[in-house]
Design a protein around this ligand. Structure first.
Ligand code: FE
Length: 148
């Protein structure tokens, strides 16, 4: 695990986290670095949060920003943690990803620019969205946060 302090997640999404490649390598595990900084994908059904349904909050493993809440996590059986909603829309960036001969919508952390996963339109109500996120991009914390 990296050395980030998750107790004080960013309230201000304009508070960008910018680090050099060397710095990212120092604070992230190899797995986290591969996903977050090199847009890697962990093998399906292997991530630590794939079958994890505790109540709490999922932070970005790169910068600590709160991204998802356990209330929006559901068993998609797709092999990766799946959420039907983000904690705040401003905390993610969507961009078109045309790699591997597919057109997908990539999801990145708005604060550090880390790659999180992709969003698909085959999720459950109320959004119909499935945020398919790598476990390695997340850090779960057993806490409650006030609605913002
Ligand atoms: Fe981040």
């Amino acid at each position: 695990m990296n050395k980030q302090d998750y107790k004080d997640p960013a309230k201000d999404t304009n508070d960008k986290v910018v680090k050099s490649d060397t710095q990212w390598r120092q604070i992230l595990t190899t797995e986290q670095y591969t996903v977050l900084r090199q847009k890697g994908t962990e093998p399906p059904y292997t991530g630590i949060y794939n079958d994890h349904f505790e109540k709490g909050v999922y932070h970005c493993a790169g910068c600590g920003q709160v991204l998802f809440q356990s209330e929006a996590k559901y068993p998609s059986h797709c092999g990766w943690p799946a959420f039907y909603d983000v904690q705040q829309e401003a905390r993610i960036i969507r961009q078109t990803d045309q790699s591997y001969g597919m057109v997908r919508i990539e999801v990145l952390c708005s604060r550090c620019g880390g790659h999180l996963g992709h969003v698909f339109e085959d999720g459950p109500p109320p959004t119909g969205l499935r945020y398919c996120i790598n476990s390695a991009a997340l850090k779960f914390v057993d806490e409650k946060i006030n609605p913002e």
